[in-house]
Ligand binder design. Structure first.
Ligand SMILES: [Zn+2]
Length: 368
């Protein structure tokens, strides 16, 4: 095929050479302007620059050999100019023409260390949350979840925080704007605890109920070393006939031992929560000093860790509206709640809550 394209040169004067090379260059330009695919570009390269069958090779071997000595220099110059022109066309057609330096940079140096793809790992909050949930799952608890944007009814009213009740001040939160025309119980807010899921579960399901509710909650708390306006909770609810405070104590004592080690002791102090009566704060013996007293436990030997209590009959009264089986005269139950960040900080010796949310790989990598 190539032989047909390259005519034999019979005259080697300036005019003849000029015309012969101009014809070839025009053919190259025409062919290059029609290149539409990488395959076509490669075919163009082989057609013009191929080592054995390429047209330029043919020109060099036939014209240059046939030229009389006095014409060889002029022919050589025109040949080099044509070759440069074809190479430039090829570079333009294949995008940015790779220079020798670029090709060298692309070459693979097999002595370099490979690039390692990092495997992901659970965030310490997720890890701790899952640990807590699995302790209760082993006791037969199922997992409940619910919306983070809640109504005033589910977040406050049915949990026995009536409108205007001072306990609402302890759980201030962000409220969705422009809801003044709605009744208060329908107004939307960011939930301050996962307790709404307790009521949502009781409305759907007659007793017995045993659930844990992990999730994100929101409070109007100023950020400091141990507080964040967004944090995570795991709450639990157990409702059945004849559930007593000893069941609550036994369950939480077991859970704390499962989380922190079998030598951990628990003790219960009277407290107040609107949705439980009686209510208690739970302390565990200091996991850092074993109860002898250290800076972490403020030399008391004890660390306060969670809240709990027997479900207030007023809460059951709300559930009874949809599930008559929640009759406080026939059933009883307990509820508890713990902060996941607080437990993770204790378990891993973290002093700044903000580190959980900063996304710093040097911090997070320690838990991988
Ligand atoms: Zn201590």
């Amino acid at each position: 095929m190539t032989n047909e394209v390259i005519p034999n040169l019979t005259a080697f004067d300036e005019a003849a050479l000029g015309q012969a090379f101009a014809t070839l260059e025009r053919q190259a330009r025409d062919a290059a302007s029609a290149l539409g695919s990488p395959e076509a570009v490669e075919a163009f390269r082989l057609h013009w620059l191929g080592r054995k069958q390429g047209l330029l090779n043919e020109v060099s071997s036939r014209w240059l050999k046939a030229a009389p000595p006095e014409a060889k220099k002029a022919l050589g110059q025109r040949f080099n100019a044509l070759k440069s022109a074809v190479e430039a066309l090829l570079d333009a057609a294949s995008g940015a023409g790779p220079s020798d330096a670029a090709l060298a940079a692309e070459a693979i140096d097999i002595t370099l260390p490979g690039s390692r793809r990092l495997t992901g790992a659970e965030h310490p909050i997720t890890k701790t949350l899952n640990e807590i949930v699995s302790v209760f799952a082993a006791l037969g608890y199922s997992v409940g979840v619910g919306p983070e944007v809640e109504t005033d009814f589910y977040n406050f009213e049915c949990m026995n925080f009536p409108p205007g009740h001072p306990a609402r001040d302890t759980q201030d939160t962000l409220v969705v704007a422009n809801q003044d025309r709605r009744p208060q119980r329908d107004r939307l807010l960011l939930r301050t605890h996962t307790s709404p899921v307790q009521m949502r579960t009781m409305e759907q399901q007659a007793p017995p109920v045993r659930i844990v509710i992990p999730g994100k909650v929101h409070r109007n708390d100023a950020t400091d070393a141990t507080h964040s306006p967004i944090f995570h909770q795991v709450e639990g609810l157990c409702v059945d006939t004849n559930i007593t405070f000893s069941d609550l104590k036994g369950t939480l004592d077991h859970a704390m031992k499962a989380l922190f080690g079998s030598s951990v002791k628990t003790r219960f102090f009277p407290s107040f929560f609107p949705f439980t009566e009686p209510s208690a704060d739970v302390q565990i013996s200091c996991i850092f000093c074993g109860g002898k007293g250290c800076r972490k436990c403020k030399h008391s030997g004890w660390i306060e860790l969670l809240g709990c209590g027997m479900v207030d009959p007023a809460v059951f009264a709300f559930a009874k509206e949809k599930q008559p089986a929640y009759d406080p005269k026939k059933i009883s139950g307990f509820a508890f709640g713990m902060g996941v960040e607080r437990i993770a900080m204790m378990k891993y010796g973290i002093s700044e809550i903000g580190q959980f949310y900063a996304g710093d790989m040097r911090f997070l990598g320690q838990f991988a």
